[in-house]
Every structure is written in C-alpha cells, then in structure tokens.
Design a protein around this ligand. Structure first.
Ligand code: NAD
Ligand code: UDP
Ligand code: UDP
Length: 336
C-alpha cells in the first residue's frame, strides 16, 4: 500500500454529508459515526427518506438539517462529502432544470463553504460523465461522449460542470478537493420506487410482476455493492493532500441487463416473466470502470461479488417491502 496514505482516524473531525438521507449518504453517515466523527447530515428529502437515518437521530454526534444545497449554507466543518443530487434517471429527468441547479449551484456552494472554512471537499461524480463511452473499460483520462442536449444532459453535464468547478476552486483558491467517479452502486436502502435497474428488478420479481427490460437487454453495466464503494470513498477523502482524483470507483464485473434480470428471477425464486420496453434516449450501451488508479493510489478494490450483494439486497427488500408504502417501481417512458 502507498506509504503516502493517511487512514488514521481523527475523532474530532466535523463532517458534512449533503444528500445524507439518500441511499449512499445514509450509509456514509453511519460509517463516519462508526469511525468516531461528528456528522452533519443535510438533505431536502427530494429522493432521500427519513427512515434511512431514523436510527441515527438519537446519536450524540449526529445532526440533521433540512436544507436545499442550491442555497448558501454557513456551518463550520472539516470535511464535506457532497452527495446531494438525485441519481436515478427517472428522478433526475423529472425536473431536469433542478437537476442542473443542484449539481452546479450545490457544488459551488459547497466549494464556497470549503474555501471559507478551509475544509476538504469530496464531490460524488459519476460514470455518466463518460456518456455513451467509446473507450472500454473507461479510464479517468477518457473525456467522454456526452450528448449535451439530450435527456440525460441535465445530470451528465451538471456533474461535468461540478467537476470543472472543483478543479477551478482547487487551482484558483487552493481548496482541497477529491473527485470520485462512482459507477452503478446498489444495496439496501435503495428506494423501492427509485427506478434504477436493480431495485426495479428485485421489487418486480418479489411482487411476481413482469421485469421491465428497456431495449433488448444487451446493454451492460458493472455493479458495485455499497459497502465496497463507501470504503473507497472514505479512503479517497482521507488520502494525503495532493490526491485530487478523479478516481473511478466501481466493480469491474460487467453484466448485461438481460443476464441481471435472469439472475434476479432465479435468486428470488420468482415466476415473473420479462417484458420489453423501449430503450430510453442516450442510454449508454456499456459501462465498466478501469479501477487501476484507485488500486495504485488507495490500495482499493471491491470485494463483494454481485451474487452476494444481490442476496443482501433481496433480503433487504423482502423484509421491508411488506411494511412500506413506497411507490411501485417506475418505468421510464422516454424513448430513443
Ligand atoms: P439518492 O437519490 O438516494 O440520494 C441523493 C440524496 O440527495 C437524497 O437524499 C436527496 O433527497 C438529496 N438531495 C437531492 N437534491 C437535494 C438538494 N437540492 N439539497 C439537498 N439534498 C438534496 O441517490 P444515491 O444513489 O445515494 O446517490 C448519491 C450521490 O452519488 C449522488 O450525487 C449521485 O449522483 C452519486 N452517484 C450515485 C451512483 C449510484 O449508483 N448510486 C452512481 C454515480 C453517482
Ligand atoms: N457559500 C456558502 N457558504 C459559505 C461560503 C460561501 O454557501 O460558508 C456560497 C456563497 O453564497 C456563494 C458560493 O458559496 O454563492 C461560492 O462562494 P465564493 O466565495 O466562491 O463566491 P462569491 O461569494 O465570491 O460569489
Ligand atoms: N433498465 C432496465 N429496466 C429498468 C430500469 C433500468 O432495463 O426497469 C436499464 C437501463 O435502461 C440501463 C440499465 O438498466 O440500461 C441501468 O439503468 P439504471 O437506471 O439503473 O442506471 P444508469 O442507466 O444510470 O446506469
């Protein structure tokens, strides 16, 4: 492992997590509390849920603030994890202007805050900045193939602009930045009505209704279990000064959407059939991270294979669906 690294725990750190009531954010808050930090969770509950953090509310080092990151925020912290932004195409396309605002204004406000208080800031970027990639697997030096006027542009270009802001604040003001490019990540606490493929397929399989495959199912994704991703995210934040990223993080095991559907049907013992729906516009054909940089810089690699992660996620949905009144899995109705 690189001797530059500093994974030591400083229990006195005050850490802001924006989007902390979401899927990744709630697991991150929990992890940071477990490491001994004080956590300030900021969320406007657009896609996040109070249930995700209800168990943390009584914790003496946890605080929750309802706030929209498009507005300025004045707090005193040592580190900022900027995760606030809807991540599912069904949600980020519902109010695309708001998606661009949260990506750009949210990043700018967090950078202004980081500049004022001297905090380190980590931006949750995404594999979507590569668009429909012409380079496979995707390396960090690939600049991407994004349609700037398409339906996914609000998210893709918003996240690209956030990355630009991170590097400009770093160059212009010396703000300490970290940029993580997250590839599809899944696990417990995804919302059942979130619309992403793994939650949709599991919810559909458990309900015995048809699994909705968009297109012919030959498109690929590479799915990372949440625990692996968060281990990498915290390593990146705590790496020595000078490590800015961008760093890809995801599980390079690539699978077609069709094979994913087949596996989820088998693992749930479901009798669901598969229904075809039109492929959404600009849906990337394939996606797989090259994680060499994360390995070299941080000694990081994912450890949880897809079947194990799916078992845990299926168990989560099995135990919670019965008690929940979440919306059913939405089907994206935007055609290419
Ligand atoms: P999520 O939708 O569960 O969480 C996003 C959170 O941000 C929610 O709690 C939501 O209420 C909050 N939020 C949205 N707009 C806000 C605003 N204006 N002010 C304050 N809070 C706001 O999604 P997630 O999967 O947990 O994703 C978290 C972050 O990671 C996002 O930035 C997303 O782009 C990024 N990411 C996730 C994945 C993935 O596969 N999960 C992949 C790439 C990038
Ligand atoms: N900002 C914030 N909290 C702070 C400091 C700044 O939310 O503690 C916001 C501020 O309102 C501004 C943005 O961050 O909109 C960028 O701040 P910066 O100082 O870079 O820009 P300026 O205020 O000079 O436009
Ligand atoms: N997808 C699908 N059925 C669904 C939801 C998604 O076939 O019910 C497909 C989608 O078209 C895409 C892949 O699964 O090709 C991953 O979709 P997701 O929304 O999870 O993430 P992203 O497209 O942002 O990677």
């Amino acid at each position: 492992m690189d001797s530059n690294l500093n994974f030591g725990v400083d229990p006195s750190k005050r850490i802001l997590v924006t989007g902390g009531a979401g899927f990744l954010g709630s697991h991150l808050c929990e992890k940071l509390l477990g490491l001994g930090h004080e956590v300030l969770c900021v969320d406007n509950f657009f896609t996040g849920r109070k249930e995700n953090i209800a168990h943390l509310l009584g914790h003496p080092r946890f605080e929750l603030v309802r706030h929209d990151v498009c507005l300025p925020l004045y707090v005193e912290v040592d580190q900022i994890y900027n995760l606030a932004c809807p991540a599912s195409p069904a949600y980020y396309q519902r109010d695309p202007i708001q998606t661009t605002k949260v990506s750009v204004l949210g990043a700018m406000n967090m950078l202004g805050l980081a500049k004022r208080v001297g905090a380190r800031v980590l931006q949750a970027s995404t594999s979507e900045i590569y668009g429909d990639p012409r380079v496979h697997p995707q390396t960090e030096d690939y600049t991407g193939n994004v349609n700037p006027i398409g339906l996914r542009a609000c998210y893709d270009e918003g996240k690209r602009c956030a990355e630009s802001l991170m590097f400009d604040y770093h160059r212009q003001h010396g703000v300490e930045i970290r940029v993580i490019r997250i590839f599809n990540t899944y696990g417990p606490r995804m919302a059942s009505g979130d619309g992403r493929v793994i939650s949709n397929f599991i919810v559909q399989a458990l309900a015995g209704v048809p699994l909705t495959i968009y297109g012919d199912g030959s498109q690929t994704r590479s799915f990372c279990y949440v625990d692996d991703l968060l281990d990498g995210m915290v390593r990146l934040m705590d790496a020595s000064p000078g490590v800015t990223g961008p760093v890809n993080m995801g599980n390079p095991a690539e699978i077609t959407v069709f094979e994913l559907a087949r596996r989820i049907i088998e693992m749930t013992g479901s009798r669901s059939r598969i229904d075809r729906h039109p492929l959404p516009a600009d849906d990337p054909c394939r996606r797989k991270p090259d994680i060499t940089v994360a390995g070299k810089l941080l000694g990081w690699q994912p450890h949880i294979p897809l079947d194990e992660g799916l078992q845990k996620t299926i168990a989560y949905f099995r135990s919670t669906l019965a008690q929940r009144s979440d919306a059913p899995a939405p089907v994206l109705e935007t055609t290419a």
